[in-house]
Design a protein around this ligand. Structure first.
Ligand code: ATP
Ligand code: MG
Length: 356
């Protein structure tokens, strides 16, 4: 493993509540990754551990070769972190705040660096503004400028566009795209389109578990191309279910909500097969009256919803996702995908044991 960010079997308990269930991932230098998951998934918890603000309960994280629990100061030198809730001082002016932060971080030649960071985040003409008087979008820029001060190779941004209006979202995204050219960048979000806008790679997390870890093209190709066949028939659906189970290439069945006296089924289908004609013929042969027969293709958004839905695990086989102990990995990763990009089973080493 040679990622600049290595996460190994990370567990975090908040009292009796387990927020992370032994997650693993590896991010090579230069990659821009979206850590994508719904509220409470464990995104901020993961980021706080990586940035040494909280300690893991078990497992290990290594940043540019430094273990978070052994060398937290070295780790902090390598990372520019924009937390979920910015710790800004509203009574300070932008430049004054950045000067104060540069002092804390021990930034060399601070005046030139502050100038460069303000220019980068388009804050130069707001240098005299009180932080408390800035719009949310500009406050986010101050947070970004702060993260950039030490010129760190790695940026970790926790929901950088949350709460911004669409114009501000666009401008912050453009800035992130620029930053991604020079930094290894991990940003969290609960919006798929945000990952699509700025990152080429997604790590999908839900309820403290990694559900997928792959380039977006891989997710699209191996999951979004999959079809479901939607079938409906009058009655209790026993005949319909028997018919659906026999369809060639059907991998999973799900009963959908239906009007009284009807049964609706969603049949997950292998690859991109279209089973409508087979289903029609089988229904004719078995004298099943169909009230619905429709092919449905998954969009990436639906794939994300499936992967992060609590009861989704029963459908996962139909989505081409293989289940592994404690994690789920794509089963159809392309050959060029680097080793380590797919979620690995929990490392079999005692917590706290180190490699190297
Ligand atoms: N300090 C804490 N004490 C107790 N439980 C916590 C604490 N921080 C987080 N949790 C719990 O851990 C789980 C993961 O929270 P976390 O904040 O990491 O999620 P998240 O993915 O960042 O969510 P969001 O999108 O809402 O920011 C949640 O169930 C949350 O309630
Ligand atoms: Mg969060």
């Amino acid at each position: 493993m040679s990622g600049v960010i290595e996460v190994r079997n990370l567990v975090k308990d908040y009292g009796p509540r387990r927020a992370l269930h032994g997650i693993n991932f590896s991010i090579p230098a230069g990659r821009v990754v979206g850590l994508l998951g719904p509220n409470g998934a464990g995104k901020s918890t993961t980021m706080r551990i990586l940035t040494t603000f909280i300690a893991a309960s078990e497992g290990d994280a290594v940043i540019a070769g430094h273990h978070v629990d052994e060398a937290p100061l070295k780790v902090r030198e390598k990372i520019g972190y924009m937390p979920e809730t910015l710790a800004l001082y509203p009574e300070m002016r932008v430049e004054e705040f950045l000067r104060y932060r540069a002092g804390i971080k021990g930034v060399k030649k601070p005046a030139a660096r502050i100038e460069a960071c303000m220019a980068r985040t388009e804050l130069s003409d707001r240098r005299r503004s009180l932080i408390g008087s800035l719009s949310k979008g500009y406050k986010q820029r101050v947070g970004l400028a702060d993260a950039l001060l030490g010129n760190p190779p790695i940026l970790i941004l926790d929901e950088p566009t949350v709460g911004l209006d669409p114009n501000q979202v666009q401008r912050v995204r453009e800035l992130i795209l620029e930053l991604g050219k020079e930094h290894t960048l991990l940003l969290s979000t609960h919006i798929l389109s945000e990952v699509e806008a700025v990152a080429g790679h997604a790590i999908i997390i839900s309820q403290g578990r990694i559900k997928a870890d792959a380039p977006l093209e891989t997710l699209r190709a191996s999951l979004a191309g999959r079809r479901r066949l939607l079938l409906g028939a009058p009655g209790d659906g026993a005949d319909l279910r028997a018919l659906a189970e026999k369809l060639p290439g059907a991998t999973a069945l799900e009963t959908l909500a239906a009007p009284a006296g009807e049964c609706r089924l969603a049949v997950s289908v292998e690859g991109e097969r279209d089973l409508r004609l087979e289903a029609f013929r089988a229904a004719k042969e078995r004298h099943v009256e169909l009230v619905e027969l429709r092919a449905e293709q998954f969009t990436l958004e639906e794939v994300f919803r499936h992967l992060t839905r609590e009861e989704a695990e029963s459908d996962l086989e139909g989505l081409g996702v293989a289940k592994e102990p404690g994690s789920l990995a794509l089963d159809a990763a392309p050959a060029e995908q680097p080793a380590g990009a797919v979620a690995e089973p929990a490392a079999e080493k005692p917590a706290g044991a180190k490699e190297h």
